[in-house]
Design a protein around this ligand. Sequence first.
Ligand code: ZN
Length: 275
Amino acid sequence: MDKLIITVATTGAMTTKENTPYLPIQPEEIAEEVYGAYQAGASIAHIHVRTPEGAPTMALDRFEETVGLVREKCPDMIINMTSSGGLGFTDEERILPHTVLKPDMGTFDAGSMNFYKGVFINSPTFLEKLGKAYIEHGIKPEVEVFDAGMVWNAIRLMKDGILIPPIHFQCCMHVHGGMEGTAKNLVHLVDLLPSGSTWSAFGCGPTANLIMAMAINMGGHVRVGMEDNVYLSKGVLAKHNYEFVEKVQRLAKEFGRPVATPAEAREILGLPPKK
Ligand code: ZN
């Protein structure tokens, strides 16, 4: 097995201050939370931004400020920016921040689905535009799959030259509208991935621990943070995102899986080393 890559997803689009008062919203808060997670051993920062009032946004200036601060504080960390930002943004709004800021990675949601009370649209036209923009700007896609059909869609896009293998997948489990976060479902998803792929996984809410423990033991990588889950244990809110990273560190140590540094994570994912 490769060393374990830990991604931190501090903010997301759906978590609110009502879910947890500790959610980082402002660029400085997000960067500080990413920095704590980096010091605890996370090597990828999955970044969403919010308006000053806390609403999800794809505004370029909010990304510029947040990513700039993260790059200052965590120079070799892998930056992975969302290309959804929430629901309802135009194709252009979703792609623009990537073409300007050129993060190491960007999300690529391999299909459309119901998403809580809304609909998460990733049309074939959008995916083609996004895939080509990533190729043009040297951004590695993180292919997010929320159900099994999305893996098949990604394989077709790979054959069409929109995704270049080896693909890195993120198995997003227990999102309402997608696949339930169960052991069987994760095993099934991973079985479907084309050979040579790397993969990571998370389970939202109450499935976080199960999916985390399975991914560590199956040779996958893990994503943690308040985007997906706000509880450190039953009824106990995490005050900082690094607490989730520390939990992964404890489990990884117990299960005998060494954790990757950012430099090692770059090598595993086929990203160029940080100069
Ligand atoms: Zn996200």
